[in-house]
Design a protein around this ligand. Sequence first.
Ligand SMILES: C[S@@+](CC[C@H](N)C(=O)[O-])C[C@H]1O[C@@H](n2cnc3c(N)ncnc32)[C@H](O)[C@@H]1O
Length: 207
Amino acid sequence: MVAGAVFVPPTAEALIVDPSEVGLPLRAEALFGRACPLELELGVGKGRFALAWAQEHPDLGLLGVERARKYLDLAALRAARLGLANLRLVHTTAEDLLFRCLAEGSIAAVHVYFPDPWPKKRHHKRRFFRPDNIARLGAVMAPGALLRVKTDHAEYAGIISQLVSASGLFQAVPADEVFAPIPPTHFELKYQAQGRTVYRFAWQRRG
Ligand SMILES: C[S@@+](CC[C@H](N)C(=O)[O-])C[C@H]1O[C@@H](n2cnc3c(N)ncnc32)[C@H](O)[C@@H]1O
């Protein structure tokens, strides 16, 4: 901060952005008023991970997307209380954000924690990890960008791993190292307390 300047904490409303009003494609400069690495969290829920990660890394800009308005509002309220200036939230679907709002090669890292597994076979088509979404993820991520994924659902974990590998766009990297600094999410804490297995994957965008 400039000497003598007064820090004005963001309001919850100011942290929720309408992509069309910010200008498309979304860029760190327009979102945060400065150039910085732009990271994504898809499905932020109540924001436990997003808030902790943004707070620990003031150097980066984190853009979170969540389709459930009540969770998004809660995350924004908590972020405003913390005075987080490097987090913005978008109320839409991950698919809309990826396909309509982001430029190719503009994203430095992507976090997808506990995506809805849609366990019933007739609902599998609703799953986020599908070949078209994975291809678009690869397109918006810069070469070398990390994609981190966690799920508690064994069958979905296998599908995610298989589809991401089959895309040819990503190189698997050892999970222990890249997950070491990652704070747990709300669902993760719940599942850990229940003794459930959590599957973690990390890939680097080739290129
Ligand atoms: C199982 S919860 C996990 C929330 C959080 N990541 C965590 O680990 O605590 C999945 C979240 O993703 C959101 N979600 C599911 N599909 C989505 C989509 N296509 N676009 C955006 N959000 C989505 C849901 O509303 C829900 O908040």
